[in-house]
Design a protein around this ligand. Structure first.
Ligand code: TYM
Length: 341
């Protein structure tokens, strides 16, 4: 029997791999996390074990894990409706990852494009086994909670496909009630926010230049980044990602932050210049960040409250994770300890 509840179970996470999340993380994922809280049984984690793949400074990682939580909360994740936890507080993630790694083909893991891109940059000797098995740990995160839906951005689609394949493979070998096969919740319009300086590439958490807006960027600095965003040939302000990737990306960001439809924005800017759009959007972004950061600071100023949220979240997450792992250990034939038999 799975641990599914009447409301669909949701699981997602972000890596605390930077001091700040990006506006891409906010638009592509966090807004969806918040929306799903109303109707679903939502579990959101700080993926600190995944962040170890970039070999962070230990004290920076601890600090970033807290700051990531504060940003989830400031973005509207509500601890009374969602279970918020740190991945490493629930040891079952690493345990299930081992079981799944024994079911994952070497070639299958090697075909993951994020792994191929990162390992190509780092070279063979600089690439850890952890980076290679990263998607397997992500599959464990999801399958441990019998999640039905996984809200993520477009860049995680291939990892979700691997998760589904692993679940289906194990279901056909060990029985259909082994794993819930999860679906992605990828909202096309917002699933990929692009780099402001290179609007055909994803806005990335690992970039440090003018192309990424950080949620904790100084608002004036962020406004400048919008004003210096690369735009396209022509003058018309229309949403046309193939021919006008720069303007379309700005319209997307504008639409989410100002809660206006793209069509309404196109009408508002008919006959106006790119510069008008950029000036207005730079104000929208600066105002959004000012408000967001005020909330983040309130949370960061109260570490005791953050600890309570994390302790409570770890207990709730563990209760589900323990049950699932016991089921899977049994399915694959591990002998239970005598006291549990
Ligand atoms: P991470 O930390 O890279 O990103 C967190 C979330 O933000 C989305 N995202 C974007 N969405 C739109 N436009 C962008 N430019 C953009 N950049 C990032 C990502 O798709 C993601 O949803 N492997 C995951 C973390 C993870 C996870 C999980 C996610 C670990 N275990 C289990 C879901 C379920 C990652 O690196 O996300």
């Amino acid at each position: 029997m799975t641990t599914q509840t009447a409301a669909p179970r949701i699981l997602s996470g972000m890596q605390p791999s930077n001091d700040s999340l990006s506006i891409g993380n906010y638009i592509g994922a966090l807004t969806q996390w918040v929306a799903l809280q109303d109707t679903c049984d939502t579990f959101y984690m700080m993926a600190d074990l995944h962040a170890l793949t970039v070999n962070p400074d230990p004290s920076a990682l601890r600090e970033r894990t807290r700051r990531t939580l504060a940003q989830y909360l400031a973005g509207g994740v509500d601890p009374s409706r969602s279970t918020l936890f740190v991945q490493s507080h629930v040891p079952q993630h690493a345990e299930l990852a081992w079981i799944l790694s024994c079911q994952t083909g070497f070639g299958e893991a090697g075909r993951m494009t994020q792994f191929k891109d990162k390992s190509a940059k780092q070279g063979n000797e600089g690439t850890s086994v952890g980076l290679f098995t990263y998607p397997v740990l992500m599959a464990a995160d999801i399958l441990l909670y019998d999640a039905a839906l996984v809200p993520v951005g477009e860049d995680q689609r291939q990892h979700l496909e691997l998760t589904r394949n692993l679940a289906e493979r194990m279901n056909s070998r060990f029985g259909e009630d082994t794993f819930v096969v999860p679906d992605g919740h990828i909202v096309k319009a917002i699933a990929k926010i692009y780099d402001l300086q290179n609007p055909t590439a994803k806005m990335s958490k690992s970039e440090n230049g003018k192309g990424t807006i950080w949620l904790l960027d100084e608002p004036k600095k962020a406004a400048k980044k919008i004003k210096s965003a690369v735009t396209d040939a022509g003058t018309e302000i229309v949403f046309d990602p193939a021919n006008k990737p720069g303007i379309s990306n700005l319209l997307n960001i504008y639409s989410v932050l100002a809660d206006k439809s793209i069509t309404a924005l196109e009408a508002e800017y008919a006959g106006k210049q790119y510069g008008n759009l950029k000036v207005d959007l730079s104000e929208v972004v600066a105002d959004f960040l000012t408000e967001f950061q005020a909330k983040v600071n309130v949370y960061l100023d109260d570490p005791a409250q953050l600890d309570v949220i994390l302790a409570d979240g770890a207990n709730k997450a563990k209760a589900v994770a323990q049950e699932t792992l016991k089921r899977i250990y049994d399915k694959v034939g591990l002998l239970p300890p005598a006291s549990q038999a």
